[in-house]
Design a protein around this ligand. Structure first.
Ligand SMILES: [Zn+2]
Ligand SMILES: [Zn+2]
Length: 251
């Protein structure tokens, strides 16, 4: 299936090759972190790190996108409010206020409205589509404040999720790095007690993988490591669900 040696453990034969760069992966590495991509697909640590960098770049682009959206919403709301006050000036005071507020929300919902309009025109082409899109915009008027509010809530939730993805990806990468350090240290210190190596001042003192082995056992540490790859793949799905505009992505 694969030839050569593991790029992390030069003394061990490779059982798989990275599906991205072709580097050799030994059975130990494959079982620990290379698996989990599904369909027998293996990924080396370097390519996993690249994938995490891509997530971070997409998240940064998403943040810029949300910032622009919010600025546009605020500009729309301000223009809408001024137009509303101007249009209803001289009318009953509270009436003018409510109208101005509605028009402000219309301004803030403009992005969502344009999406609705484009969607309708895609199913109904021609003048009929234009008329129906216009009517839909009128009929949706009472929903504008809600569309605006839900838009804010949704984006806020996604930004929180993005922070969690970054923290989770970084923890997993750290655990993988610590796993390599752990296996290499153990190979170089055959017969030495792990607790001694992981004690204060020892080479594995701040090694998260070694700490998990001590606290939960080797089996659980391996299981957590394997789960890491699955989580990184799942985090990628979350990042894709943010719908980052393609212009921010390097093809
Ligand atoms: Zn690779
Ligand atoms: Zn290996």
């Amino acid at each position: 299936m694969a030839s050569g040696k593991c790029y992390h453990h030069p003394s061990k034969d490779a059982v798989a090759q990275c599906s991205e760069c072709g580097k050799g992966i030994c059975k130990d590495c494959y079982d620990s972190y290379g698996a989990g991509m599904g369909a027998g697909k293996a990924l080396c640590f370097d390519c996993t790190e690249e994938m995490v960098k891509d997530h971070a770049a997409d998240i940064a682009a998403f943040r810029r996108q949300v910032k622009t959206e919010i600025i546009l919403m605020i500009i729309g709301a301000v223009i809408g409010y001024i137009l509303g006050v101007w249009a209803f000036i001289g009318d009953n005071g509270s009436m003018a206020f409510v109208s101005a507020l509605l028009i402000a929300c219309l301004g803030a919902s403009l992005g969502a409205l344009i999406k609705v309009g484009k969607f309708i025109k895609r199913i109904i082409p021609g003048d009929a589509g234009d008329v129906i899109a216009y009517l839909a915009a009128c009929f949706l008027a009472p929903a504008y404040p809600f569309i605006t509010l839900f838009g804010f809530i949704k984006r806020n939730k996604q930004i929180k999720q993005a922070d969690e993805v970054i923290a989770s990806d970084e923890n997993i990468l750290r655990n993988m790095r610590d796993y390599f350090a752990y296996t290499q240290t153990m190979e170089n210190n055959v017969g030495v007690d792990l607790t001694k190596l992981a004690d204060q001042g020892g080479v594995l003192f701040e090694n998260t993988y070694a700490q998990t082995v001590i606290n939960k056992g080797e089996k659980e540490a391996q299981a957590e490591l394997r789960q890491g790859m699955v989580t990184i793949a799942a985090n990628g799905e979350i990042v894709r669900s943010f719908d980052v505009k393609p212009k921010n992505k390097a093809a």
